[in-house]
Unconditional design. Structure first.
Length: 99
């Protein structure tokens, strides 16, 4: 299995979301982490098991259960790169401007 690697910007937005949820209720940030970890595990096990993103098929998207977040990633030769841990209400594809 290839390793799942969060791009620096994806890591930063993930950490910001964890902090935000934790300020809302003690333990909520930990639950968010747990649900994102579940998604990342599934992505690692079956990287092509999630739909391609209709805007740019180089990327796939996985829905985080119980939280309004999507994980966008691409399956590269040596790793699976998570490019965004995106809130569903954000502008679609905002993270494409990063590269």
């Amino acid at each position: 299995m290839k390793p799942v690697v969060l791009a620096p910007d994806a890591q930063a937005e993930f950490e910001a979301a964890v902090e935000w949820y934790e300020t809302k209720a003690a333990g909520l940030g930990e639950r968010f982490v747990s649900h994102v970890d579940e998604v990342l595990q599934l992505v690692q096990e079956t990287p092509d098991g999630f739909p391609t993103w209709n805007v740019d098929p180089r990327f796939r998207r996985a829905v985080v259960q119980r939280f309004p977040y999507l994980v966008f990633y691409r399956d590269l030769t040596d790793r699976i790169e998570v490019v965004a841990v995106a809130h569903g209400a954000r502008e679609p594809g905002y993270w494409l401007k990063r590269k």
